[in-house]
Design a protein around this ligand. Structure first.
Ligand code: NAP
Length: 286
């Protein structure tokens, strides 16, 4: 079998052009320009790259964005003061605190300080809790992007057995809850899971969210499965990042698979823009 690609780059481009159109319509209707504030604490090169990519994507979609670079030695109360100012700023509809913040700061408390109506990154305890209670909140961008990609390819979720490998707060747990809320039967695997291959082989939908290059190989995958690889791993000597799934062997058995790069990654930014636009619409419509 040769898998069909779940093309996140193409899908994200389509979503971003829909968003641009909707942003123009919102501005024409209400005068409200959606605004995103990114808070970047310290000097993590990967985080700086992500924030720059997000700012560029905002500009292309007509969303105003500003980046608040906070020194690594800032105190917890300095960061909380900034969040409070952004919460009160009527031109800002979304606040993104780039994960991770440096050691010594309490990231959970910082995220909790973000006004829930502006929590477009969806990883505060309030927004994560809303996934359990199924209340209205912004879903975290990468998990939401994974569901959106499945939907755009009309791949059913209800009744399927979804296996999520990884249980992080930003990715594994929220994507498992989103799949559960869409009526999948969900298994979560992690570093203490025994016989990972046997667990992975149960998956009609497999989400790999580990951060270990090519951990999952084709022989572990059920024939005809949908494979979503969220992993990004730098491997010395390879020209681009590789996923958590061994792509070539997985392609032999999976019905659908995301490439790395060009799968889940571009969907994350598209969903951040979507959440920011939705926050601005909610603000404009009161
Ligand atoms: P993380 O916080 O390090 O979590 C990794 C998870 O994988 C943990 O739950 C860990 O289990 C589990 N794990 C580690 N080794 C394992 C093994 N051998 N077998 C089974 N499970 C194992 O990572 P993350 O932030 O969720 O990110 C995961 C990957 O997704 C990374 O490659 C990251 O770059 C990528 N990512 C991509 C995007 C995007 O595309 N936009 C966004 C976020 C993350 P324990 O809980 O037991 O330690």
């Amino acid at each position: 079998m040769s898998s069909e690609l779940l093309d996140g780059s193409k899908t994200a481009r389509e979503i971003r052009s829909e968003i641009k159109f909707e942003v123009e319509a919102l501005i024409a209707r209400t005068g409200v320009v959606p605004g995103l504030a990114a808070v970047l604490v310290g000097h993590d090169p990967a985080s700086e790259t992500y924030v720059a990519m997000k700012a560029k994507a905002c500009a292309a979609a007509g969303i105003a964005s500003e980046t608040h670079q906070v020194p690594a030695n800032a105190s917890q109360s300095d960061v909380l003061d900034l969040i409070r100012r952004l919460n009160a700023d009527g031109a800002i509809h979304g606040i993104l605190v780039q994960h991770p913040v440096p050691h010594g700061l309490d990231e959970v408390e910082i995220l909790a300080a973000v006004d829930p109506r502006k929590d477009v990154d969806g990883i505060s305890r309030g927004s994560l809790g809303a996934l359990i209670t199924q209340e209205k909140a912004f879903a975290a961008a990468t998990p939401k992007g994974i569901i959106e990609l499945l939907d755009r390819y009309s791949l059913p979720i209800e009744g399927k057995h979804a296996v999520v490998v990884g249980r992080s707060i930003i990715l594994g747990k929220p994507v498992a809850l989103l799949l559960l809320n869409r009526h999948a039967t969900v298994t979560i695997a992690h570093s203490r899971t025994q016989s990972l291959a046997d667990v992975v082989r149960l998956a009609d939908i497999l989400v790999a969210a580990v951060g270990k290059a090519e951990l999952i190989t084709g022989d572990m995958i059920k024939p005809g499965a949908v494979v979503v690889d969220a992993g990004y791993n730098r491997v010395p000597g390879r020209s681009h990042d590789v996923g958590d799934v061994h792509f070539e062997s997985a392609c032999e058995v999976a019905a659908y698979i995301t490439p790395v790069p060009g799968g889940v990654g571009p969907m994350t930014i598209a969903m951040l823009l979507r959440n920011t636009l939705d926050a601005a619409i909610q603000h404009a419509d009161g």
